[in-house]
Write a protein that binds this ligand. Structure first.
Ligand SMILES: [Cu+2]
Length: 274
């Protein structure tokens, strides 16, 4: 069932994405069982309680407690699922690994209608951001270029990452609630103003290989995209970013290139341009 569903879904390109796909497959099986069960019961009641067989209405209904027992059973079963499987399962997936093995950290700051990407730069530490420094033209996230922020790299709608590394993204928003979504990574997280939510994933297919896989399909020539999965305003439809998954070397080269660009830009002070 999972493979069948996957044939209708974007290509899977992350290490843990199959967990979500398997769960989706399981839920579909469960829904099929419920559909057949309830459908059969519906047809049974149509025949069993047809008017020709029951000319007079029964105002007492069912008098046995059988259905109450079934309901209690369902509640206990669901509580068991939640407490002993879902909560511990979620905790392992969400935190342990992310805290211990994160290799790359990047901040993603959503705004109407773009994705600001913020890298910590060579020192590995994010610079501070301040509302007073926000300039929609030159500094949309209000990054303080003094201190840790001096070497930070920022881009708009361009997320560059290396393949086969555990990536941790911090998702936040400048204005309204947006939805950060990477369909091929099976990743989705609301970007909520006032919160910085960590999510993580390991990409397994470089953009180059991904494009090869798309050859001959309707999406041929289109790389990874970042979608906004929350209706966030009148231009929500064009809130689209691009993600490039590099080999490790390409990624390092890209960082160096961006750092050089930053140095060159720093020489002629921003004020000169105005
Ligand atoms: Cu949005």
């Amino acid at each position: 069932m999972t493979e069948f569903l996957q044939s209708y879904m974007p290509i899977l390109a992350s290490e843990m994405g199959h967990l979500g796909d398997n769960l989706s497959g399981l839920v579909h099986w469960l829904m099929l069982v419920l559909f057949i069960g309830w459908g059969t019961f519906f047809i049974y009641t149509l025949i069993r309680f047809r008017s020709s067989n029951n000319p007079k209405a029964n105002y007492h209904g069912i008098t046995s407690h059988y259905s109450s027992y079934v309901e209690v059973g369902v509640v206990v079963f669901e509580a068991l699922l939640l407490i002993s499987f879902a909560i511990p399962g979620y905790a392992t997936v969400k935190y342990d690994k992310a805290l211990e093995e994160t290799q790359i950290e990047v901040r993603v700051i959503a705004q109407q209608f773009a994705w600001n990407i913020h890298y910590p730069g060579a020192d590995g530490k994010f610079g501070t951001t301040k509302i007073s420094l926000v300039d929609e033209e030159t500094n949309p996230i209000g990054l303080d270029r003094n201190g840790y922020g001096a070497d930070d790299i920022t881009t708009i709608n361009q997320l560059h990452l290396p393949v086969d590394k555990l990536i941790k993204l911090y998702i936040s928003s400048k204005d309204v609630i947006h939805g950060f979504a990477l369909p091929e990574m099976r990743l989705k997280q609301d970007a909520i103003p006032g919160m910085q939510v960590p999510i993580y994933f390991t990409p397994t297919i470089t953009s180059k290989d991904f494009l090869v896989k798309l050859e001959g399909t309707a999406r041929e020539g289109m790389g990874y995209e970042i979608a906004c999965a929350q209706l966030c305003g009148n231009s929500h439809y064009r809130m689209k970013g691009y993600m490039t998954i590099h080999t490790e070397k390409e990624y390092k080269d890209w960082l160096v290139e961006e750092a050089e660009y930053l140095d060159a830009e720093g020489e002629d002070d921003w004020d000169d341009e105005w």
